[in-house]
Design a protein around this ligand. Sequence first.
Ligand SMILES: [Zn+2]
Ligand SMILES: [Zn+2]
Length: 849
Amino acid sequence: MERRPHNDPLFIGPDQAQSACKTGAPPEQPGTGAAEGRRICLRIAVSVPVRETFSYTIPEGLSARARVGCRAIVPFNNRKVTGYVLEEMVQNSSEGLKEISDILDPEPLFQDKLGHFFEWMADYYIHPIGKVIESALPGGLNMNPVKAARLTERGLSLLDGLPSNSDEKKLLSWIKAHPEKRPPWPLQKIYGLQKRGLLILEDRMKKGRAGPLMRKFLKTKDHGELEHLLAEGADSLKAKNEIEFLKTILDSKGILLGDLTRKFSNGLYLVKKWTGRGVLEAFIAAVYRDPAGKIMFPSAVPVRLYDQQRRTLGHIRECLDSKSFFPCLLHGVTGSGKTEVYSRAVEYAIGLGRQAILMVPEISLVVYMEGFFRSRLGNRIAVYHSGLTRGERYDQWVRILKGDVDLVIGARSAIFAPLPRLGLIIVDEEHDSSYKQEEYLRYQARDMAVVRAKIEGALLLLGSGTPSIQSYQNGIVGRYRLLSMPDRIENRPLPDVEVVDLKAMEDGQSESEMISPVLREAMDQNLAAGNQTMLFLNRRGFHRLFLCRSCGKSIRCPNCDVALTYHLKEDSLKCHYCGFYSATQRKCPSCGFDGLKAYGFGTERLEQELKEMLPGARVARMDTDITRKKGQAIKILKGFSRKEIDILVGTQMITKGYDFPGVTLVGVIAADLSLAFPDFRAGERTFQVLSQVSGRAGRGSQKGRVIVQTFNPDHYAISTVMSHDYRSFFEKEKKLREQLGYPPFSHLASLRLQGNGKGETAEVAHSLGVMTREVLGRWPNRGKEVQVLGPAEAALSRLKGKYRWQMLVKSKNVSLLHHLLLEIERISRKLLKSSGVGLISDVDPYQMT
Ligand SMILES: [Zn+2]
Ligand SMILES: [Zn+2]
């Protein structure tokens, strides 16, 4: 298949995205009565796993309704499927093209710019275009085909002659009466009748459940008459509250019938009376299920802005005024007042007649931001994330589409919000890895925000206290405008960060393997002073870390420079990038000390130990094991903000943007857990997480204290956190990435194989490795520009019953990488089909496990 090459993903134009998709007739399509000459056709993405889009003609009766952004029912390989209209175009000949069967939506579900965006994504992530759109649109729209039966002439004539109580008569009469429905008999029985030519079975579409909630409203029909009646105080207004009743309706543009009957006990009677006289009329309209509820965290507008906020806003306004694509990176330390800047930027954009998207990494942060922005902007806000029900998502989508909303706040799926006049996209905590979707359509919402902003001609504002290496590098080379807010507001000092060397902790010196005497003492003092503590441990349940007791280093892969993963069951160490394998050893390869040892850590055990150690303290834990239950995260956060909890233990979740002024002590139990992660981003993640968690301390009037426990006090990711020195960390990390050729100095894709059989999956993985290297061998020059690592058993070698292997491909040239991925997909099809092993390609992968 011929494809347009990719440029740098973050700097590709919509024009290129458009032409990257091919158009043609679907396979195995017999020609239908084609008209001569030029004709308007529709380019449609079908919701089947194919890469191409297809052209269809429009029958007379549908031409008024067929518009870009509508769903259509189209014939495809002798079936009927849902399709999405992407483009109207004139074709010289419509020969061989089929007609669309139906248009499902009275109004388009997305604008053509959003259509370009979908196509760009499909192309970049090598995902079927119809499936991209299907997963972007709110659920509940998709149609499921059902088998419906229709009687033939022969069936109809037979029906008349059948005895009245025979089974066949019952069946055929039912079908005659219900031509669009699925007959309530086993299909086997129906097939028999079809064979005899009595009926035809057809696919019919069943409507998805979600749709707007329709309610009855009341409004005035004859405005003048009503005003006249009220002015006269006419005799006909007999009931006591009749004047008030009519005034209520007169003052409204339309009022819910339910609200009227609640307010007026004789409401129904009055409605009947006045609609009968033609003064009032009823109408049906959609209402929106508001998922917002009440404001949780109202926020007062500050009297004045700080200098750094004013300066930053000045730049942002300048960019917004230009009404064109402008990418900015706002590097603002925790507590520097970024949210206030976001809020003013949104207000400014709205003032210019444009709309905004604000993305945050967690659903619980959406709630926080929603409260903040509702108190500032009122109700022209929509929230959009996967935590909403299908109906709520649908309602929000329609509100946004209609332009009833100025700001959409959400997690990563908010990037699809169909705002008609999008002018600003803010990605808060842009470095956060939860912007990467790890299943199905594997996309990075932060990266896609760049693409969407470019397509829409919008300002992109990425914000972070610890920018990703990739974004900061873009700032350094001038692709992004770098804005910085280096100080905390009110000149609050950054917290002191102390490091405790866990290597120095002797066995039995402390009650717990996880809490050093220094941290224990600090916790006691903090409790006695009535202040709150946060303890951070980046591992749920229980985890073992294998490292040297003398130098603190873990053993790293000689090929890939990522940490080897310790496998307790086999007592071995493995590299999950290239497959390097080693037996565990006692002797340290770094310092020669004879004392490598496995340490155990986990949040659940930590919570348990704390409860035993400090029986008077109120301890709570927050990790995904706990917060899987709906509403649980909010409950814990509320309790903590009301000071009903003294010590909050948690994973990554507690490090994100919350503002708890009562927290004066933050403890990091084992910084090494993230350092020893088998991932080239381990250093970056460690720095980010430690900075974020430190930033939780001392946000109120009292100075904060941070204690970081680690086996590696000298590691640059830890020493630079102590000195709050992002720039030094960046320079060091950048140099390492450059040397090893990891992103942002190369592009990476992972190919993951998953199968039910252990041996079989391994075998397919090895064959795929051989095939991939053969492909590269056939490209004598360019082939050398791609590096293949593995295949290797994945760090999580078994997940949900599936055996897992992975292969990494790496290249400086992104178009070459895409070319290779498409080629691999093509050549492996047969192998995968016969073995039943699944292949998932992940472009710009984050999870290397
Ligand atoms: Zn050592
Ligand atoms: Zn390796």
